[in-house]
Structures are given as structure tokens and as C-alpha cells.
Design a protein around this ligand. Structure first.
Ligand code: ASP
Length: 409
């Protein structure tokens, strides 16, 4: 028994997870919806990943902030947000362009399915919500931005204590700092254990999702799905690869180093769920640890290039169906609404459907269209999430590169 475990443990993660996916997909295709019985095994994996997110962010981020100073963090914040906004707006444009090329909605009809549009909080309310009134509520609800906010404050304070003049306080600061390092080690060890289970979880997720989906829906919406996949491919080639190249980061090596995050994102359809693996991949890619631990949780929450492509393609799809002419003004409105909606889209499976309904409402297109695409959302969500996570990692990499040889550790 131990020999089997040792054999399994020592195989590469990518090999195991890919095998799990392929075997699961084949089983799903063979037995169809019955594969649903396996879904609890997939849920175990997703829940384990979610379980580790909050402690991981808390420990790694407090420790990262503790290691740096506010001026450096300010610089990193400005750079990463400029990157987020620019790449998201480009992704929106790519989505619209691809939608216009593929015309995915032509020939389809609107089925009158009712879709609820959630209320969108105002921009100011969204910003205010980052400051929690009860931190334990934020932890319980998994409000990542609030957790990041509090973790940064704690990190700064511990750093201030460590470098203070009073010996006693400085000793406490050092003690807390060591404790944080130990806590980080604990969470990474737990994560390592979770990843050993990943191939089984991935097998179950692939079998149950593909078994349930089948090929029928895919066929009628193949142009929509095609436009989504090609859109993401263009974002990879024209945006990430180009930016990495311009920053003199070896492009292929980078993608090789982050492949665990890419595969996990594809399978889980959740940027947040993938976050633990994303942070691990960032270390592998040699991204500065302070920068990755600071930017990646924020990126997993606000930077959604794949979701932006989704909104672009989806808006053209809706416009096709109702014969709405996409003027320059309409395109501008879609880009603006989509960029904002992508920031508000949560990094969880299916969140993009809510974002798309917000964009359609903003530009006056019928949101019933969302129900039409929902059937293939399982397939498109996988590629959009992969794009979301890759965008976060590419951003962390170029900011890290730009900060090289400066004081950041
Ligand atoms: N599932 C995506 C993510 O987690 C969000 C979306 O649905 O667009 O990144």
C-alpha cells in the first residue's frame, strides 16, 4: 500500500491532474448524466481549496507586508492597477471584435426565460465595503478585499513594532513575525496535502460536468463557444505574451512554470479557488514573493480579463439576436460597463453570468439572452477563468520584474 502511495505521490502534479481530467471526461461521455453521482468527490476538492484561502491570504499577506515598506507597496499598487485596467479594457475590445467576426447570435431566437438582474451597489458603496465593520464577518463570508485590507494594516503595524525604538515592543514584533512565518508554513503544508487529492477531485468534476452537458447544446452555440476560446487565445498571444516579452521575461518558461495554476483554473472555473495554486505557481515562476502575495489575492478578486472577453462576446451575441446596431458609442458604453462589471465579478464559478446581465442592462440589451448562453457556460467559464488567473500572474510577473534590484525582497 505504501509503495502505491509513494509512487502516486512522486508523480508530477501536472501529469496526475491531466490524467484525472482526461479519464473523467471519457467516463462522462460514456455514462452521461449518471456521472453526476461522482460530483461529491469534486466538491470535496473545491471545498478544501476554499477552506485554505482565508488562512493563506491572512498569513502570507501579513508576512509579505511586514517585510516591505509602505512606499514600495504604494508603487506596486499603482503599477498593478494600471495593468489591470488596461488589460481588462483590451480584453473587452477583443471580445467585441471576436463577437463581430463570429456573429454567434445570428439565426438564434430569444426564448422568453426570465432572468433576475441583481442590484448593483454604487461605486462608492463598493469601495466603502472594503473597510469591514466586523472583521470576523468578512472572514466568515470570504470578503477577500476586506481581508486584504485588514491583513495589510496588521502587517504594517507588526513591521512598525519590529523597527520601533522600544526593546520590548521590538521583541514582540519579531516574535509575531516568526509566528506568521510558522503559520505560513502550516498553510502551505496543508495545501500540499490538498493538492495530492486534486487529481481525484478533477476526475470527478470532469466526469460529472461533461456527463451532464453532452454535445447537443454545444452544437447550437458552437460559434459562441468558438468566439470565446479564440478571444482568450488572442488575449494570451497579443497581450500576455507580448507584455512578458517586452519586460524580457522568457515567455515559454513562464507558461511552463505556471501550468499548475492554468490547469487548476480551467478545471475549477474559480479564480479564488485556484488562488492557493496561483501563489504556489508564482513562486515557481520566480515572481517576488512580496509582490505575488500582495497582488494575487487582489487580482483574483478584481482583475478578470477572461470575464471581460465574456461580456464583449455576450453583448455582441445579444445585439445580433435583437438586431441592435453596434455604433461607436454603443461599443464605448459596452467597454466601460464591462470593465466595471468585471471588477465586480466574483472569482467563483458562474459569476460571469451575473456580470453579463449587468452589462446588458447598462447598455439596454435584453438580459434574457443570458439564459441562452447559460447552457454552455460550464465550457466557456473554464477558459475565461484560465484567462483571469493567467492575467493575474502575468501582471505580478511584470511588476516584479520592474521592481528588480530595488529594495523589495
Ligand atoms: N468563474 C470566473 C472566475 O472565477 C468568473 C466568471 O464567471 O467570469 O474567475
Amino acid at each position: 500500500m505504501y509503495a502505491v502511495w509513494k509512487w502516486y505521490r512522486d508523480k508530477s502534479f501536472v501529469l496526475k491532474i491531466t490524467t484525472g481530467f482526461i479519464l473523467g471526461a471519457i467516463l462522462g461521455l460514456i455514462i452521461g448524466p449518471q456521472a453526476q453521482v461522482l460530483s461529491p468527490f469534486g466538491d470535496i476538492f473545491l471545498r478544501l481549496l476554499q477552506m485554505i484561502i482565508v488562512p493563506l491570504i491572512l498569513f502570507t499577506l501579513i508576512a509579505a507586508v511586514n517585510m516591505t515598506n509602505p512606499k514600495q507597496l504604494g508603487r506596486v499598487t499603482v503599477k498593478i492597477f494600471i495593468y489591470y485596467i488596461l488589460t481588462t479594457a483590451i480584453a473587452m475590445l477583443i471580445g467585441i471584435m471576436l463577437g463581430t467576426l463570429f456573429n454567434p447570435g445570428v439565426g438564434l431566437e430569444l426564448t422568453q426565460t426570465h432572468v433576475e438582474v441583481p442590484e448593483t451597489p454604487s461605486f462608492i458603496d463598493t469601495l466603502l465595503a472594503i473597510i469591514p465593520t466586523n472583521f470576523f464577518d468578512s472572514v466568515a463570508n470570504g470578503d477577500i478585499l476586506s481581508i486584504v485590507f485588514v491583513a495589510m494594516i496588521i502587517g504594517f503595524v507588526i513591521s512598525g513594532m519590529q523597527h520601533g525604538n522600544e526593546q520590548k515592543v521590538s521583541d514582540w514584533g519579531s516574535m509575531l513575525s516568526k509566528l506568521l512565518d510558522a503559520g505560513t508554513e502550516v498553510t502551505f503544508r496543508i495545501l500540499k496535502g490538498i493538492l495530492q487529492y486534486a487529481p481525484i477531485g478533477v476526475f470527478a468534476i470532469a466526469a460529472s460536468r461533461i456527463g451532464q452537458q453532452g454535445f447537443d447544446v454545444l452544437y447550437s452555440l458552437s460559434r459562441y463557444v468558438g468566439a470565446s476560446y479564440v478571444g482568450v487565445a488572442i488575449q494570451f498571444a497579443l497581450v500576455y505574451m507580448l507584455i512578458l516579452f517586452l519586460f524580457k521575461i522568457p515567455v515559454m518558461q513562464f507558461f511552463k512554470n505556471i501550468r499548475e495554476a492554468i490547469i487548476t483554473a480551467f478545471i475549477t472555473s474559480s479564480s479564488l479557488g485556484t488562488l492557493p495554486v496561483t501563489i504556489k505557481s508564482a513562486d515557481k515562476a520566480g515572481i517576488n514573493a512580496t509582490i505575488s502575495r500582495f497582488t494575487l489575492p487582489i487580482g483574483a478578486t478584481v482583475n478578470m480579463d477572461g470575464s471581460a472577453i465574456h461580456f464583449g462576446v455576450g453583448a455582441v451575441f445579444a445585439a445580433n439576436i435583437v438586431g441592435f446596431e453596434l455604433t461607436f458609442g454603443a461599443i464605448l458604453a459596452i467597454v466601460l460597463a464591462g470593465t466595471l462589471a468585471s471588477i465586480g465579478t466574483a472569482g467563483v464559478p458562474g459569476a460571469g453570468l451575473i456580470g453579463l446581465s449587468i452589462v446588458l442592462t447598462q447598455v439596454g440589451l435584453p438580459i434574457e439572452i443570458v439564459a441562452l448562453t447559460a447552457g454552455v457556460n460550464v465550457l466557456t467559464d473554464m477558459i475565461f477563468t484560465t484567462c483571469n488567473v493567467t492575467g493575474d500572474l502575468a501582471g505580478a510577473a511584470i511588476v516584479s520584474k520592474s521592481e528588480k534590484n530595488k529594495e523589495l525582497v
